[in-house]
Design a protein around this ligand. Structure first.
Ligand SMILES: NC(=O)c1ccc[n+]([C@@H]2O[C@H](COP(=O)([O-])OP(=O)(O)OC[C@H]3O[C@@H](n4cnc5c(N)ncnc54)[C@H](OP(=O)(O)O)[C@@H]3O)[C@@H](O)[C@H]2O)c1
Length: 443
């Protein structure tokens, strides 16, 4: 028997009242959601957990609701549903597990929590017969999780690819459209509240890695841990790369990619990628997110929308809350299987077999024979080139030194391992000063 609501009043415990929690609390308190339940139930926000009780808060939220004692919520038998918007791995994981053990349903926006601990959380929820809803963990207001888990359930999904991080997409768009450096675009993103004061998780692709891990696990019904998703950030990209990408007919986007091949192999990655200028993903600019899904029945579907921010994210959280209440006594089926720790996953088997075209930009001394020496090494590793060009200077010239040149080349499709071995040799050539940037072409 599933845990059912005991009265017609559904009591909510909110874990966290920061950017997202404040918006969620305000919406819960204004009573607008009750009418969406067709008069059957009333939603009551019972308690809000925060870290620092002395912090000043939105004055529409009564002070009496706040607590810094987690057990006041996790052990309260009257609280039916927990909304977790604390973020981070710990203590969120311990709180969520304790809540489920006490029979509470969960709505969460925490991608790190679900990416790292999805199997334990879903397993316990299944055992305790409570619901878990997680639409806000990926794509903010875009209903991509619910689309994959519900609307596309009948499909055999083969690929999910997306711009999953609004901060890096804003930075890349500013670098392309306003010719800014990465540092200047980041500062602007921080000033506008799009980037956190410590932007490491965004710039290094860690946030996109968590989201790719969740999307891949749900799309292919097999848990893919975040450390199985090879990830690269955007720090090495300079305005010069946008100039050369444009010359070659591409835009640059940080893409999270999850693909399942016919033999069952799964490939996942987060990679700064060249996207052909006429592809829809190339035109998604600013803080928007976009996700493309390919499946046998739907063929191709693309969802675009605001990937973060309090209002879009609460749209996903509160939508989840309402559908949870509607289906509160349904079974919670496990969304994916978890392979034993000693079994080699399909994701790990596949990565080295894949082939892509790669763009590489190098800083070299402007000497006769550089291209010849580079060509000899590439030929030795059977890497053929689609194009190569040497420029006397880069368009931004920020690091230009006398006697230097920029060399860029685009390979035909090759395995990344092969390129890495060749680049290690190229790095040793006397006139090569730096391998500045490697981008993958998204086909
Ligand atoms: N921001 C977005 O646009 C966005 C979009 C999609 C998903 N999300 C996800 O939503 C979640 C919340 O994000 P946010 O931006 O709202 O974060 P935030 O502004 O940093 O808020 C975090 C809240 O959790 C509380 N908290 C943190 N650690 C705690 C602890 N140990 N004990 C008790 N309370 C604690 C904080 O308390 P104090 O207020 O006392 O510090 C704060 O109220 C994250 O998982 C994030 O990934 C955010």
């Amino acid at each position: 028997m599933n845990k059912e609501i005991k009265t017609n009043e559904i009591q909510i415990g909110l874990l966290g009242c920061g950017v997202i929690g404040t918006q969620v609390a305000t919406e819960l308190l204004n009573g607008n959601l009750d009418c969406k339940l067709a008069g059957k139930n009333r939603i009551k926000l019972k308690k809000i957990l925060v870290n620092d009780l002395s912090k000043s808060r939105d004055n529409s939220i009564p002070e009496s609701l706040f607590t810094n004692s987690p057990d006041e919520i996790l052990l309260d038998p009257d609280i039916d549903i927990i909304i977790e918007v604390m973020g981070g791995e710990k203590p969120a994981y311990d709180y969520v597990i304790k809540a489920i053990q006490n029979g509470k349903h969960l709505v969460t926006a925490n991608k790190e929590l679900i990416a790292k601990h999805g199997p334990q959380i879903f397993g316990l929820a299944h055992e305790k017969k409570v619901q878990i809803k997680l639409d806000a963990t990926v794509g903010g207001g875009i209903p991509i999780i619910n689309t994959i888990m519900d609307s596309l359930k009948a499909n055999q999904i083969t690929e999910v690819v997306g711009i999953l991080n609004g901060t890096t997409n804003y930075i890349l768009s500013e670098m392309k459209n306003s010719k800014k450096t990465l540092e200047a675009a980041l500062k602007e993103a921080q000033d506008k509240g799009y980037a956190e004061s410590d932007p490491t998780n965004d710039l290094e692709g860690i946030d996109a890695k968590y989201k790719t891990s969740i999307l891949a696990s749900l799309a292919f019904h097999q848990y893919i841990a975040p450390d199985q998703v090879p990830s690269h950030g955007i720090k090495s990209i300079s305005p010069a790369d946008f100039h050369f990408a444009e010359e070659l007919g591409f835009s640059i986007k940080l893409l999270g990619l999850a693909k399942q091949f016919e033999d069952g192999h799964i490939s996942t990655s987060v990679y700064p990628s060249l996207v052909a200028a006429d592809q829809p993903l190339a035109r998604i600019d600013g803080v928007l997110n976009a996700v493309e899904v390919r499946g046998d029945l739907i063929r191709e579907l693309m969802l675009v929308g605001p990937g973060a921010g309090p209002k879009p994210t609460s749209s996903a959280i509160l939508g989840d809350l309402l559908s949870l209440i509607k289906n509160i006594s349904s079974d919670f089926p496990l969304p994916y299987k978890v392979l034993p720790a000693n079994a080699r996953s399909k994701a790990e088997e596949s990565s080295s077999d894949e082939k892509y075209r790669f763009y590489t930009r190098l800083r070299v001394n402007d000497k006769v024979g550089v291209i010849r020496d580079l060509g000899i090494i590439l030929a030795k590793h059977q890497i053929s080139l689609e194009s190569i060009s040497q420029k006397a200077h880069t368009p931004d010239s920020s690091w230009e030194k006398g006697g230097e040149a920029t060399l860029i080349f685009l390979t035909h499709s090759i395995g990344e391992d092969k390129l890495k071995i060749a680049l290690d040799e190229i790095k040793q050539l006397d006139p090569v000063n730096e391998i500045c940037c490697i981008l993958r072409v998204f086909e």
